[in-house]
Design a protein around this ligand. Structure first.
Ligand code: LMR
Length: 329
């Protein structure tokens, strides 16, 4: 009887909350709800509901539940989903200049990244995305990527020789693999764990949050804190959806995204430290998993090897854009 009543209350709640919302916004992403992006998306949903007094409901679909890599942007265009925050590499075929962010060792630290994203270069990139029929709102963080492997620890570029490394679809990331003598394998994020487990790829590059929340440490033996490249996101909406969205509600949505951006970026800094601690604890008790750091000499070799790639991309990304990033202090 009690269970029946509880069920009834739950159903009534669901019906009344769906009746209350006049508009539903579908938000899709490919990572775990426990990552900064996942938490940022949930925060955004909560703030939209609060700021619009329940008139707008944002439904969050995490973990590629609705759309995986490559599908997110198409689904937005078709209006099947309304907000997404794909990582920069996922924009490669639409806006090749976004490969700027894939260039290894281009960014010194998070503050360098933020100065670039929130300044002229970030705006230039947003304008290119806007020209493709999207509303480019804000940049979110995932953090710096690190190499992992189950074959051989990647401490120096040549350690990856002959290793199959999973990458996102990006010519810069392919060249990064090629210069290491590795074999690039493009896979959607949702397939990475099983590919690593089955050994169809040997290694990958991930920020700590994705590495930890997808349990990649179970199927990798060595993680090198290489911080060789940056992974970030652009929060986008389809232009046709936004054009038709009620004008009186637009400022609340934009305000919610603004707050979510600040929240998400702050989380990344905390989350990176906490996740590293958890991985270190795991490594201590594990008989298969080790974490490696790079010496200053090793870092210098990595940096020189990777910087040699930049001129190859002057045509695609724009030499001026790359140089603009390099001169920012
Ligand atoms: C990846 O495919 O590795 C990332 O883009 C996933 C994500 O959204 O963080």
């Amino acid at each position: 009887m009690f269970i029946f009543f509880k069920g009834l209350i739950f159903i009534t709640f669901c019906i009344s909350s769906s009746i209350a919302a006049e508009y539903t916004i579908k938000l899709t992403h490919v990572v775990s709800p426990n990552t900064p992006k996942g938490k940022g998306a949930d925060f955004l949903a909560k703030r939209v509901s609060e700021l619009t007094h329940g008139r707008v409901e944002v439904i969050v679909y995490p973990n590629s539940q609705l759309y995986g890599d490559g599908e997110e942007i198409k689904a937005l265009k078709l209006g099947n989903v309304h907000i997404a925050m794909p990582s920069f590499s996922k924009f490669t075929s639409m806006v090749p200049e976004m490969q700027l962010f894939d260039l290894p060792f281009l960014f010194r630290d998070a503050s360098h990244v933020h100065t670039v994203l929130d300044g002229e270069v970030g705006q230039i990139i947003k304008d290119k995305v806007t020209a493709k029929g999207f509303v480019a709102i804000d940049y979110w963080d995932a953090g710096f990527k690190h190499f992992s492997s189950s074959k051989k620890a990647i401490l120096m570029p040549h350690d990856a020789q002959g290793q199959k490394l999973r990458i996102m679809k990006s010519h810069v990331l392919e060249s990064q693999c090629n210069v290491m003598g590795a074999i690039p394998v493009i896979l959607p994020f949702a397939s990475v764990y099983s590919a690593l487990r089955q050994g169809s790829v040997d290694g990958a590059e991930n920020p700590l949050s994705n590495f930890y929340t997808k349990n990649f440490y179970e199927v990798q033996t060595d993680l090198t804190l290489s911080s060789h490249g940056y992974l970030g996101y652009l929060v986008i909406m389809s232009e046709s959806f936004w054009r038709k969205f009620p004008t009186d509600l637009k400022p609340m949505i934009l305000q919610a995204v603004k707050e979510a951006t600040a929240y998400e970026r702050k989380l990344v800094a905390q989350d990176d430290e906490e996740t590293l601690e958890k991985l270190k604890m795991y490594a201590k008790t594990s008989d298969h998993f080790k974490i490696h750091t790079l010496s200053a000499e090793q870092k210098e070799i990595w940096q020189k090897t990777m910087e040699a790639l930049y001129p190859q991309f002057y045509g695609v990304i724009g030499e001026d854009l790359i140089k603009k990033v390099q001169v920012i202090r």
